[in-house]
Write a protein that binds this ligand. Structure first.
Ligand code: GDP
Ligand code: MG
Length: 606
């Protein structure tokens, strides 16, 4: 396939606007996959179980197809992009291997927060954008109104928009034609030295790490000796091929092509996203690389049964082979024993990882409250703190620390105008600043939509902000955010004391304005979950020496069962049944005995 019949493209859209469905239709119409009975949505590209269950795409997948158009076979390479704000990094990575993008907008929903961010990401890279209005089969579809909206927000001519139903198959042929007609072919000369851009990697049980590459110049084939610009390591190519949609070996990969290369890489860290590969002895200028993925949400993960730690560590290592954006460190806690501290791109990313861990490895885990990375600035150095345990105590902050800073994001919310008041309220409750809003629709639409922008501490949106946003807007609000650096803030470490002894795994970083509320809520929760002891146990939230909140757990009577009945019948019964087992898992905090499962109850009800 010479360059002029190759097209490399992505589908970009707000979540649920139909990327995966359209990808399936394109693969079907080109005969790459077989057509199933109508109504069945295969979503071939969403491979992971959790993706299928949640209907989200976590990991970008690549597939090639062949389409005969104007008497010529064309090789179309689709790079699927994830549809959630946490994965913006994967989106930009995928776009770097493309010349064009289909911008998909749901005709019943209109332009949403992530339609804007993905549009700008594609525009900034100079990609040709093909606007597509999807779901025109829906009775609630308003293609004309949404087309006007796209014209006013993106400056796109309505005549260029293709109206389709990815579900029923209307307009798919026109999409294929537009890909070939409008997107420029890639450039690259087969006689140039080999230059391959590494934009993704997968893990194969038999072949180890397999890299996905886009050939910028030259030819890549079996037996070639290649070298990484980044690691300077050398490899011999074992196999090359295209994703059709599974791996299909080919004789070579030519300029403009997208495909895989297996070359006996042992560690997934060797396949550095954004790297450039060249032939040994024929160096090339590397492509501008990517900023590495930056973990923004950290949490400790511990096995419920401490003796399971080696298994947990092994499981996590295997999972991270297919998800390179997770950062791993060892961590140990007096209360929870040995565990791992993981860094994620965002809270959905963390959730998805947890679910994969539970699904695929059958692991019972305790996960601590999420924390963002804080900057603690001393006179002579700056320390990045991603674990509340490492955060200096108030006294140290007062005497040694110049300033504490927290990560800030620029948030944008798109919402029908009648919810504006509620949304402003929600933002202010989450320490929003620089709040601004403007109309998204140029026309006097019946239910005009507003785009609300503000800056907010990242820590405010990593827990339940998204759920609140959805419920307070009856599901109509969409949300996106981008990194906006760090900002000075009044933050303290809050610790929880049982009978005067701190429980390290429960420490939190809290903003001054939230101390009371957070302290009270956690102390209440602990009071509910911690089983009674033979003596009275004060449960306290403290910042330094200052006690913020307190509850008292009364003593149980010497007669064990009598004491255990009462408030939480069911749990206590379970507790009694498992007494032998839970004895083994008892943890001590000072003189207080805690079953490890109590931590599970405390931390899983965040
Ligand atoms: P993604 O998140 O962008 O990948 O979206 P999906 O392809 O998973 O689609 C989200 C939902 O919209 C699924 O329930 C699809 O069946 C549905 N959907 C996708 N395209 C259409 C369409 O053209 N018409 C209708 N009625 N539903 C669609
Ligand atoms: Mg999808």
């Amino acid at each position: 396939y010479p360059c002029d019949v190759i097209r490399n493209f992505s589908i970009i859209a707000h979540i649920d606007h139909g990327k995966s469905t359209l990808a399936d239709r394109l693969l079907e119409l080109t005969g790459t996959i077989e057509k199933k009975e109508r109504g069945l949505n295969k979503q071939v590209l969403d491979k992971l179980k959790v993706e299928r269950e949640r209907g989200i795409t976590v990991k970008a997948q690549t597939a090639s197809m062949i389409h005969n158009y104007a008497g010529k076979d064309h090789l179309l390479n689709l790079i699927d992009t994830p549809g959630h704000v946490d994965f913006a990094w994967e989106v930009s990575r995928s776009l770097a291997a493309c010349q064009g993008a289909l911008l998909l907008v749901d005709a019943s929903q209109g332009v949403q927060a992530q339609s804007l961010s993905v549009f700008h990401a594609a525009k900034d890279r100079g990609l040709t954008i093909i606007p597509v209005l999807n779901k025109i089969d829906l009775p609630a579809a308003q293609p004309d109104i949404v087309a006007a909206q796209m014209q006013s927000t993106f400056g796109i001519n309505p005549d260029d928009m293709i109206r389709i139903s990815a579900k029923s198959g209307i307009g798919i042929e026109a999409v294929l034609q537009a890909i070939i007609d409008r997107i420029p072919p890639p450039s690259g000369n087969v006689n140039d030295p080999l230059k391959a851009f590494l934009f993704d990697s997968l893990y194969d049980q038999y072949r180890g790490v397999v890299s996905l590459v886009n050939i910028q110049g030259g030819l890549l084939k079996k037996g070639d000796k290649i070298m990484s610009c980044h690691t300077r390591k050398k490899y011999e190519v074992v196999e090359v091929g295209i994703m059709y949609p599974e791996e299909v070996p080919t004789a070579s990969l030519r300029p403009g092509q997208v495909g895989y290369v297996a070359c006996n890489m042992k560690e997934s860290s060797e396949a550095h996203i954004g790297d450039t590969l060249h032939r040994v002895g024929a160096p090339v200028d590397p492509m501008p690389g990517f900023k590495p993925a930056k973990a923004m949400v950290y949490a400790g993960i511990f096995p419920v049964d401490s003796s399971d730690f080696p298994k947990l560590e092994e499981s996590i290592k295997r999972l991270t082979l297919t998800d390179r954006s997770v950062e791993i460190m060892r961590e140990s806690s007096t209360a929870l024993g040995q565990g791992l501290r993981l860094g994620f791109l965002g809270s959905l990313h963390m959730d998805v990882f947890r679910q994969r861990l539970e699904d695929e490895y059958n692991a019972s885990i305790i996960i601590t409250a999420p924390t963002v990375p804080y900057k603690v600035i001393y006179r002579d150095r700056t320390v990045l703190v991603s674990n509340p345990t490492d955060f200096p105590d108030v006294n140290d902050v007062a005497s040694h620390v110049k300033e504490v800073q927290e990560p800030i994001v620029k948030a944008s919310i798109i919402v029908p105008e009648e919810y504006l008041g509620d949304m402003m309220d929600l933002c202010f409750n989450h320490r929003a600043e620089n709040v601004d809003h403007k109309y998204l629709d140029a026309s006097e639409a019946t239910s005009a939509r507003i785009i609300l922008t503000c800056t907010m501490p990242l820590s405010e949106i990593v827990t339940d902000f998204f759920d609140k946003l959805k419920s307070r807007s009856s599901g109509f609000a969409s949300f996106d955010y981008e990194d906006a650096g760090y900002q000075a803030s009044k933050l303290s470490k809050m610790v929880f004391l049982l009978n005067g002894k701190p429980v390290d795994a429960l420490a939190l970083i809290v903003h001054r304005t939230a101390e009371q509320e957070v302290g009270r809520a956690w102390v209440k929760k602990l009071h509910k979950v911690i089983p009674r002891q033979l003596f009275e146990v004060p449960i306290q939230a403290a910042i330094g020496k200052r006690i913020i909140a307190r509850e008292t757990l009364s003593a149980m009577r010497a007669d064990v069962t009598a004491g255990l009945y009462g408030g939480h019948h069911e749990r206590k019964l379970k507790h009694l049944n498992n007494q032998k087992e839970s004895k083994r898992k008892m943890k001590r905090v000072g003189s207080v005995e805690l079953p490890q499962e109590a931590f599970y109850d405390i931390l899983s009800s965040n």
